[in-house]
Design a protein around this ligand. Sequence first.
Ligand code: ATP
Length: 243
Amino acid sequence: MLIQARNLSVRIGKVPILNGIDLHAERGEILTVIGPNGSGKSTLLRTLIGALKPSGGQIIRSPGLSIGYVPQRLHVDETLPMTVKRFLQLPHRVSSAAMQAAMDNAGVPGLLGQQLISLSGGQLQRVLLARALLDKPGLLLLDEPTQGLDRRGTAEFYRHIDTTRKALNCAVIMVSHDLQVVMRQSERVICLNGHICCEGKPEVVSNSAEYRNLFGFEDDEDTLAVYSHRGHNQAPDALQEAV
Ligand SMILES: Nc1ncnc2c1ncn2[C@@H]1O[C@H](COP(=O)(O)OP(=O)(O)OP(=O)(O)O)[C@@H](O)[C@H]1O
């Protein structure tokens, strides 16, 4: 077991955000966390990396575990010049060869000299991923990594995650907004709303009453029909083919 949360609870100020969370990730598996806005997904990842202190329960990490983290968003200060090369060397120096290899792998080989603020959303996501992979992590945490990417970009990104997972034999815990774009390789899905509402294989979660209630499928069926016509447990065609 690479990481395990036992009866984890987290408060921000006095507000309870997460309660009674039990989860674990094994080497080589992909675990997807889904949940509506404000359900605590980012809070969970930030607690797993140690940026937030649990108010109860515990997190057990395997000794020496290195964690790569791609945050949901990165605020780049427009007044602060920062090249991709410098950004990749925060917080510690990395060899030029390692940086170039990480950028090649992430599919953005020519961007090292560019300013961070000049990157497109998709390029920035790939640079964030390259940085997270520099230390060859045993556990990769991705917070809605494909937001802002188009369908092809999403498929390519997921393909890259899968190749990386196999190459490093790392575990991946990934936050996603909805099940329609969950990777096919995802072995387990956890549906979060402050607590774990349900979990299991993607098709099990997508058919569960808790999941459907939480995402309001009954109320929104008419509005969302155009997006959901393939069924809630299936990725769009491009993703099906690509990932
Ligand atoms: N720094 C903070 N100060 C106060 N409240 C916070 C802070 N960070 C998160 N919260 C609250 O914690 C709850 C969970 O937030 P979190 O960002 O973890 O949700 P999320 O599921 O990732 O949401 P989204 O899908 O919108 O990204 C929200 O109600 C949010 O307002």
